[in-house]
Design a binder for this molecule. Structure first.
Ligand SMILES: [Zn+2]
Length: 226
């Protein structure tokens, strides 16, 4: 959700489509996954914020680094606001309300209800969107209110054709780019059950966005995408 998890990544790679692995066993043809249209709206992430991120990673994961090698993708929703208010929050670099740490939260991407994909941070840069997984995860925020509950909110996104299609195409492209399996596309609510979950301080941070049942629907649609 917005208050703790939003990591936006900037994809600097403007290159051609990413060639996928051969699909079915024995099938020779390689899938071509086209990069979706992404609007680059970077939040400030200069030397100071990178140093804050490296120090954060040292405290929580034992390694002083801000560099990301993505191993999984975490889905979020904003629980209110719009893409601009979310961007502003991530841009401000203020300590989060839950643990009062810096750098401030940010996700790599925000997907608006109309299907516009905004990228805020490069995908080679770690950012704070998912406690316990910030050292390995790309974060994607869908603009969505949560007043009807988390399952209701997930469903609104899944039923919003343009927004969810943009999300599916973005995730599929990131999967190919970084060789991320569909089982490693997870919801924020599933974070603590991930094999990558790590926190040297022994904390757990519970969030409800993207329940497992909703992620299963998203994964099934990913598989049908191409
Ligand atoms: Zn979240």
């Amino acid at each position: 959700m917005l208050l703790t998890a939003a990591a936006l990544t900037a994809v600097s790679d403007r290159s051609a489509p990413v060639l996928g692995q051969a699909s079915e066993a024995g099938a020779a043809e390689a899938r071509v996954v086209t990069k979706p249209r992404i609007v680059w709206k970077p939040v400030p992430f200069g030397a100071t914020r990178k140093a804050q991120m490296a120090a954060y990673c040292k405290r929580h994961y034992g390694q002083r680094s801000w560099r990301l090698k993505p191993k999984l993708i975490v889905l979020h929703f904003t629980a209110g606001g719009n893409w601009r208010s979310t961007w502003n929050y991530f841009s401000n670099n203020v300590a989060d309300p839950e643990f009062h740490e810096l750098p401030g939260p940010a996700a790599h991407f925000i997907i608006d209800k109309d299907g516009t994909i905004y990228q805020l941070v490069g995908t080679r840069v770690r950012t704070r969107h998912c406690y316990g997984l910030n050292h390995v995860a790309i974060g994607i925020e869908f603009v969505q209110e949560a007043n009807g509950g988390v399952l209701w909110a997930d469903r609104q996104i899944l039923d919003r054709k343009k927004q969810v299609k943009a999300g599916l195409r973005l995730v599929r492209w990131l999967q190919k780019k970084y060789r991320i399996r569909t089982t490693q596309v997870i919801g924020h609510s599933m974070a603590t059950r991930s094999k990558y979950y790590k926190d040297l301080l022994g904390r757990r941070s519970a969030h409800g966005d993207w329940q497992y049942s909703s992620v299963k629907v998203f994964r099934a649609r990913l598989k049908r995408l191409n």
